[in-house]
Design a protein around this ligand. Structure first.
Ligand SMILES: [Zn+2]
Length: 422
């Protein structure tokens, strides 16, 4: 990956790291404590680092003003300082910038910013998220990105910022907001600027976590709802009139309902995937929900997840039956290319990895054409049946934290392989 700005940033960081290492000897340069930044805030560490390095300033009252939007002048100045204050030609290129404004001159000459059609810089204008993404991307040599932009509001991202937003995402510079949105027109605050600059400084040392930029929907099967038993039904597929009960709790073990077990494992999977940098969309994080089966299937379509993983446990009248299997769609009912192949590929990886991590019997993959949760999908999707709650031995294992962790470990393993990052 081409990272033209990194060596300069790295050198700057080393110089500043040396300065920081000398802090005890140098009372004039010490960590900046901002009067208005609470230690518990998510941006506190970033603000401290960026102000200590002299990349952004505190005001005369010792305040950082974290929630204030950052102007173009503030951001360009910060990028210039982070780059080690490189020299510019000294000739003001933009009309509303006083001569000798080294940071703006440098940013203009380096192609980090452009003026408007009247060659005006508009230093006081606030900066949107997509503008900041574009500045960072240009600063880093307009590097290529591997994955297509996968935000739910992709369509709102301006053309000039699309590659930048994708690159920023997979390098961990920008997270999405809310439900997998980029919010391109959202204004960047000073706290966000500090956080992004901090990540930029550290990009150099280590790759971002392996699932950075990946968007995964986790759907813990079933639910508890007062709507149950009231006759709500979902169509089985967009192509048939057949319907199925919408709200079901699934099978039952000795101490847990399937709904509960699915939720416990789903939340563990969510945490494990987030730890690895993924954006995780949950169809539910509590037992009680009211969204129906079709919505559960189409939510990840709408939010542009890469893949949906549906979590279930099995039951059988024959109590000796045990083992893990993964179901996959038996076709592309919506005509969306490669759903079936990519689902099967993940299904195989997942059943093998979970059987290995848990020691459970491997029942392989099972194609299914009768599941609402598959038939409305426009993205690859799998449904794991983690084991049989009707088998006393397996049910006892499924209840334990340790066994649940092994299931999650196998699922994560398979997703890493499916994404090709392992
Ligand atoms: Zn189920």
């Amino acid at each position: 990956m081409v990272r033209s700005g990194f060596t300069r940033i790295c050198r700057t960081s080393i110089v500043f790291a040396l300065i920081l290492a000398l802090l005890p000897l140098c009372p004039a340069a010490r960590a900046v404590r901002c009067a208005d930044v609470d230690e518990g805030e998510w941006y506190a560490a970033a603000v401290e680092e960026i102000t200590s390095l002299g990349i952004m300033d505190v005001d005369e009252n010792g305040c950082f003003r974290p929630e204030e939007s950052a102007s173009r002048a503030i951001i360009v100045e910060a990028l210039w300082r982070a780059e080690g204050r490189p020299a510019a030609s000294g000739q003001a290129q933009l009309k509303d910038v006083p001569a000798g404004s080294a940071s703006v001159d440098w940013a203009y000459e380096a192609g980090v910013v452009a003026g408007d059609e009247n060659r005006l810089f508009h230093g006081d204008s606030p900066v949107t998220r997509q503008e900041l993404a574009a500045m960072l991307w240009r600063l880093e040599g307009r590097s290529a990105h591997r994955r297509a932009l996968n935000y739910a509001d992709n369509a709102d991202v301006s053309d000039y910022a699309a590659d930048a937003a994708a690159w920023c995402r997979e390098n961990g510079l920008f997270g999405g907001v809310g439900e997998n949105r980029f919010d391109p027109q959202g204004l960047v605050t000073r706290a966000q600027t500090a956080a992004v600059l901090c990540r930029l400084l550290h990009l150099d040392g280590a790759e971002p976590p392996p699932l950075t930029g990946c968007v995964i929907c986790v759907d813990p099967g079933h639910c508890v709802t007062p709507l149950a038993g009231k006759g709500y039904r979902d169509p089985v597929s967009p192509l048939s009139n057949e319907t199925k009960a919408t709200y079901t709790t699934g099978t039952q073990g000795k101490n847990l309902t399937e709904e509960k077990l699915n939720l416990i494992v789903g939340l563990k999977l969510r945490d494990a995937l987030r730890e690895l940098g993924a954006t995780v969309i949950m169809t539910r994080e509590a037992s009680e929900i009211t969204i129906n089966g079709v919505e559960r299937c189409t939510l990840p379509n709408r939010l542009r997840a890469d893949v949906a993983v549906r979590i279930h446990a099995d039951g059988n009248n024959d109590r000796s039956v045990h083992g893990v299997c993964v179901m996959t769609p038996d076709g592309d009912l919506l005509g969306t290319p490669s759903i079936k192949d990519e689902s099967v590929r993940l299904g195989r990886l997942m059943v093998n990895a979970v059987a290995k991590s848990t020691g459970a019997k491997n029942r392989g993959i099972m194609p299914r054409s009768d599941l609402t949760s598959f038939n409305f999908s426009e993205i690859p999707t799998v449904l794991i049946e983690m084991g049989f709650m009707t088998n006393a031995e397996e049910d006892a294992l499924l209840e334990t934290d340790e066994y649940q962790n092994k299931i999650v470990e196998g699922m994560v393993e398979s997703l890493l392989e499916w994404y090709g990052v392992k």
